[in-house]
Ligand binder design. Structure first.
Ligand code: GTP
Ligand code: MG
Length: 443
């Protein structure tokens, strides 16, 4: 099958690129241009014609990438035309009428690249991450994974396991043979090393996933404290309704922001108070759920009314910043007991100390992402394979006795397989769908 799709963004643009990949690519180009394919990888101006009527559709650049030296590994071409809906549609329609040609599925070009051994699975995922990166730190992370550092690490750990496995298998295959005495100790020591390495990789506070998905900040506190006013201020637009009526916000309101390159998802929540209203009670429950999931809690309280219920006290842990709002209304000093807690005193109304609050948020983000240089895990999928690997290795270590050796080998094999699945070194058909479905068409 030969596939085709628009690879540039939809809508009107100066230039649009249509990509074609598959065995009939050269036929497509010949039919559309009425000429032979251009020289490989040389931008060549061609007239693109309607195949049936020979009527000119547009003029553009044709690039010919004969396989296997192409992105997908197959014969490929790119047609660069004017980015008009009508031009793109006309070209698509013409290609669709050619035998064995069909519109590409989301991520199919990259999937082909992986299947044809052009890139590994981690690189394929990082292509998707780079395309969807919105902040600088996300871009940097995607490019780093793309360069292959994580793949190298996971591959080397897998190689180590396979090496240990060969020692174990030697022992199984030649049970009577006198293997060096210390071989058992070495096997144990080597697996322990791999185990420690993996546990270290996993002990990353999920920074990689946070960078990819966004750092979760929940705004919490009693009713009327100014929580919705704060989310509006941070996002620079009216995302939530603000009113002097206590209990205005009922649902969780979420907005994605970029704070100094760090991607964050801020949620405004229902004010916490004793309530008999069923809907409000549900809202408060959602608030408390958000508090649990959050990487950082902003507990907003009215500065002149700082009575803390037990629920509010519970929220103020290491992952919380206490925000005392409405400083403009403050007539006397803050309650000395509250003053002792680390806090920021602000007035959203008068725009006072907001920069200080943002600085405090930024510092927290920086501290959380401080290990960003060592990040190797960017998706839950990677973490799950590593967890599985660790549990197989632990099982293997328990069976270190000579008698258990043949079953122990299976644990090692399974552990190595899990590492292989991260990079895509083993049969991974089962996970392919879920990965490439996240892509957009034309990638
Ligand atoms: N004086 C003063 N009023 C403020 C300040 N910040 C917010 N307000 C007002 O306080 C009231 C409540 O603000 P909201 O942002 O709706 O409060 P909330 O915490 O979201 O309230 P709920 O959704 O009911 O839980 C509104 O009338 C705001 O205009 C401030 O810094 N100073
Ligand atoms: Mg509100």
């Amino acid at each position: 099958m030969t596939i085709y799709a628009l690879s540039t963004g939809p809508g009107v643009s100066g230039v649009a690129i249509i990509r074609i990949s598959g065995p009939d690519t050269s036929k497509v180009i010949k039919l559309l241009t009425n000429k032979d394919v251009p020289r490989p990888r040389e931008a060549t101006l061609r007239k693109i014609n309607n195949i049936e009527t020979s009527e000119l559709i547009d003029e553009g650049i044709v690039l010919w990438f004969p396989g296997p030296e192409s992105y997908t590994g197959e014969d490929m071409a790119e047609i660069q035309v004017h980015g008009s809906k009508a031009v793109i549609e006309a070209i698509h329609k013409n290609i669709s009428n050619i035998e064995n040609c069909r519109f590409a599925e989301p991520g199919e070009f990259t999937k082909l690249a992986f299947q044809n051994g052009k890139i590994n699975l981690l690189k394929a995922e990082s292509v998707a991450d780079l395309i969807s990166s919105e902040t600088e730190i996300q871009r940097k992370q995607a490019v780093k994974i793309m360069s292959g550092r994580s793949a190298d690490k996971f591959n080397s750990l897998r190689e180590k396991l396979l090496q240990i496995l060969s020692h174990v298998e030697a022992k199984i295959d030649f049970p009577d043979e006198d293997l060096p005495k210390d071989i058992l100790n070495k096997i144990k020591k080597d697996t322990d090393e791999v185990l420690k390495d993996i546990e270290k990789i996993m002990n990353d506070q999920k920074a990689g996933e946070r960078i990819r998905e966004g750092f979760k900040i929940a705004i919490l506190g009693p009713t009327n404290a100014g929580k919705s006013s704060l989310i509006n201020l941070l996002s620079n637009r009216d995302v939530a309704i603000v009113s002097e009526i206590a209990g205005t916000t009922r649902d969780v309101i979420e907005t994605h922001l970029n704070i100094d390159g760090y991607p964050v998802i801020v949620s405004d929540t229902a004010g916490i108070r004793e309530s008999v209203d069923e809907i409000e009670k549900k809202g408060i429950k959602l608030s408390l759920n958000r508090a649990e999931e959050a990487d950082l809690k902003l507990v907003v309280v009215d500065a002149k009314n700082t009575y803390f219920t037990d629920t509010l006290k519970d929220l103020l842990d290491d992952n919380a910043i206490l925000v005392l709002n409405k400083s403009d209304l403050l007539e006397k000093d803050i309650d000395p007991e509250i003053n002792r807690i680390n806090h920021v005193l602000i007035s959203i109304k008068n725009n006072l100390n907001i920069d200080k609050l943002i600085q405090k948020i930024k510092n927290t983000l920086k501290n959380k992402f401080i290990t960003s240089d060592d990040i190797l895990i960017t998706r839950e999928r990677h973490r799950q394979h590593l967890e599985q690997c660790v549990s197989h290795l632990k099982r293997f270590n328990q069976k270190k006795q000579v008698e258990d050796f043949d079953i122990a080998a299976e644990d090692l094999r399974l552990a190595a397989r899990q590492l292989g699945m991260i990079v895509g070194k083993v049969d991974v058909e089962e996970i392919l769908g879920s990965i490439f479905n996240d892509f957009c068409i034309g990638k």
